[in-house]
Design a protein around this ligand. Structure first.
Ligand code: GDP
Ligand code: MG
Length: 597
């Protein structure tokens, strides 16, 4: 297809505003998916995506569309809306010339609407503002059209109105995509340059690499070169997605499709890399993307220690498809053998964990999440800490740097006070406040990332009765007064409970954990002190009192079968006992203490 008849666009929106449903309607209207083959959220292929109704991996699809007498090819790239996956969004945006900014007509602009809009404007995309869900009785299209027009700087009449559910207005929207989105520009005769915007591991086909051709042409049977590494690969297949993969004889300027080379690991086909021909290839790669950096670390342990090899295998498999996931082995006194894993954010952690449990049938425990700290000692050495156990113990600490974020909260203005109180309690610093309309406000804060990853989102939702939305982006580092709190059982530290917290929060953390453990750890033959300590200073203390009586004494010698049951139960319990010093602790106690965080 000549580039002038190609349009590459994506849909960006706050979560739940209807991207996937709109994509469904487009698949149907363009005849790409037959009515009877249609299922909701067609493009969300992962089980977990369907279940939670969110899009994690960006998908792309080619749609034929006729405007007047002219046939066009539209490439739709569906993007995830959640903050953790911002880098997936920006990759998708870089493959497009236009974006549909979709806003729920009953909700208006939310935090991720703005975040995604700014990403799109940053990439110079043409933005088409659209209100969705106009079929809802609660829809207020006039009010929100004004809000959108104000933010984008257009007229309220430029804002299109659709219902992705009923299909109303979707034809007109596709026509507007053709009219408004600029066609791709590239040099057809230049050496081939195609940008990788996604790569996905497929059990049967190996890595499937999604590309957008910028210059020249990619044809099957040629050899290609990855420009960042210089590695060359035989092309086994080149094709388009419509909506299932279909091999083609080549992809030209502006076209979006896939490549299969037989490589087995997504890291060999790096997102952001430029693909060129091996013979007469390009000299200059396309501008790349930022590599995703893990921001949040957590230990993942199998509840049943014998599952350790299964967990390792499962992590390796997930990594084939998730270049942002990192892991390395770690051991813990309390939890045994496991892995220290790095994630883009909390949702990424949660989803990875859910996939491990579901797809690999694992039962897992995760330790409290941790951001990355830089600790500078007075002797001039620098320590990168992604795990409380890496916190330097010898030597005096000169300075600690922690990551900070720029947070955007959008909420009804009646909640301003509650939000400010919450943010201040989390060491937040107000950067600014804007009214979107009379009753809705946008608050911008600078907040330590560590404070956000704990329970910030839940706290925000409960203080605003679910009305606030949140987005955050990294904003460098700041120095902070942080300490490591250890939890000791009979003087022995229990590694899984160590945490790095702000000096002012050390006492409450120590006290909370000590109390929790006192309630969870069964009494022993002797007294067990539980202490919280910062270095050698004890900041909180609880005691588990000794038991005097034997378990069997409770049965008064009577019921023999009950006695046997108790003994059996005790034996079973023994298997999963962990010993810390002389103290025997059922693993469940540790699990419970960690999971109620
Ligand atoms: P996404 O997170 O942006 O991909 O949103 P989804 O497409 O998953 O939609 C979120 C929810 O809104 C789902 O329950 C959809 O059925 C519903 N929804 C989407 N579009 C419409 C619409 O036009 N009208 C109504 N009434 N509901 C819609
Ligand atoms: Mg979706």
């Amino acid at each position: 297809t000549p580039p002038e008849f190609i349009r590459n666009f994506c849909i960006i929106a706050h979560i739940d505003h209807g991207k996937s449903t709109l994509a469904d309607r487009m698949l149907q209207l363009t005849g790409v998916v037959e009515e009877r083959a249609m299922r909701a959220q067609y493009l969300d292929r992962m089980d977990i995506e369907r279940e939670r109704g969110i899009t994690i991996k960006a998908q792309n699809v080619r749609l034929p569309w006729r405007l007047g007498e002219q046939d066009h090819v539209l490439h739709l790239i569906d993007t995830p809306g959640h903050v953790d996956f911002t880098y997936e969004v920006s990759r998708a945006l870089a493959a497009c010339e236009g974006a549909i900014l979709l806003v729920d007509a009953a909700q208006g602009i939310e935090a991720q609407t703005l975040a995604n809009l700014y990403l799109a404007l940053d990439k110079d995309l043409h933005v088409i503002p659209v209100l969705n869900k106009i079929d809802l009785p609660a829809a207020e299209p006039d009010k929100y059209a004004a809000e959108l027009a104000h933010i984008i700087g257009c007229e309220p009449t430029d804002v299109l109105r659709v219902s992705a559910k009923t299909g109303e207005g979707v034809r007109e929207l596709l026509d507007e995509v053709v009219r408004q989105v600029p066609p791709p520009v590239g040099e057809a005769d230049a050496p081939a340059r195609a940008m990788i915007f996604d790569s996905v591991y497929d059990t049967y086909r190996g890595v499937v690499t999604y590309i957008r051709v910028v210059d020249g042409k990619i044809t099957p049977r040629e050899k290609i070169r990855m420009m960042s590494t210089g590695a060359t690969h035989e092309l086994l297949e080149v094709g388009i997605i419509s909506p299932e993969p279909k091999p083609t004889r080549g992809l030209g300027v502006g076209e979006v499709g896939y490549l299969i080379t037989g490589v087995k690991d997504v890291r060999q086909s790096k997102v952001g890399d430029t693909v060129t021909s091996e013979r007469k290839g390009a000299d200059e790669p396309l501008p790349g993307y930022r590599e995703p950096q893990p921001m949040v670390f957590s230990g993942l342990y199998p509840v049943d220690g014998s599952d350790y090899p299964v967990l390792r295998d499962a992590l390796e498999k997930l990594q084939l498809n998730d270049a942002a996931l990192t892991f390395e082995p770690e051991t813990s006194v309390a939890l045994g053998f496991g892995f220290r894993c790095g994630f883009l954010g909390l949702l990424h952690l949660e989803i990875t964990r859910a996939r491990l449990e579901r797809e690999f049938d694992l039962d897992l425990i995760s330790t409290a999440p941790n951001v990355v700290y830089e600790v500078y000692l007075e002797d001039g050495t620098e320590h990168i800490v992604t795990n409380p156990s890496d916190w330097p113990t010898g030597g005096k600490i000169a300075e600690v740097h922690e990551p900070v974020s720029k947070v955007t909260v959008i909420a009804p203005s009646e909640f301003i006070g509650a939000i400010m109180e919450l943010c201040q309690g989390k060491r937040g610093q107000l950067l600014g406040m804007d009214y979107l309309s009379e009753e809705r406000v946008e608050l911008r804060y600078r907040l330590p990332l560590a404070e956000i990853i704990f329970d910030f989102f839940d706290a925000l939702k409960s203080r605003t009765r679910g009305y606030a939305s949140l987005d955050y982006e990294e904003a460098g580092q700041q120095t902070a007064d942080l300490v490591k709190v250890d939890i000791l059982l009979q003087g022995e530290p229990v590694d899984a409970f160590s945490a790095i917290v702000h000096k002012d929060a050390a006492y409450s953390y120590g006290n909370r954990m000590a109390t929790k453990l006192r309630e969870l750890i069964p009494r022993q033959q002797f007294e067990v002190p539980i202490q919280a300590a910062v270095g050698s200073r004890i900041i909180a203390r609880e005691t588990i009192r000794a038991i005097r009586k034997d378990v069997l004494a409770k049965c008064y010698g009577g019921d023999i079968s009950r006695k046997r049951k108790l003994l059996e139960k005790q034996k079973e319990g023994k298997k999963r006992m962990k010993t810390v010093g002389r103290v025997e602790v059922p693993q469940e106690a540790f699990v419970a203490a960690l999971s109620t965080e």
